[in-house]
Design a protein around this ligand. Structure first.
Ligand SMILES: [Zn+2]
Length: 71
């Protein structure tokens, strides 16, 4: 059986495995990591890089209505 009390998550900041349960800083390992991460967001230093999206990638995300093929 799965014991959720022993569930470990990796801190997004430093990658340390920390217990999810009773962790006030989750998903981070500590207040330090959490503040660093929040700070980076606040500084807009942590933006998701804008990547060119190909039509094929879009098609995987959005289901375009398929136009019937005509012979
Ligand atoms: Zn951490």
């Amino acid at each position: 059986m799965t014991d959720k009390k022993n569930l470990l998550v990796s801190c997004p900041r430093c990658g340390v495995r920390v217990a999810w349960q009773d962790n006030p800083f989750r998903p981070f390992c500590s207040d330090k990591c959490r503040m660093i991460d929040l700070g980076r967001w606040a500084n807009e230093d942590y933006r998701i890089p804008a990547q060119p999206t190909s039509d094929e990638e879009l098609a995987e995300i959005i289901e375009f209505p398929q136009s019937p093929e005509e012979d």
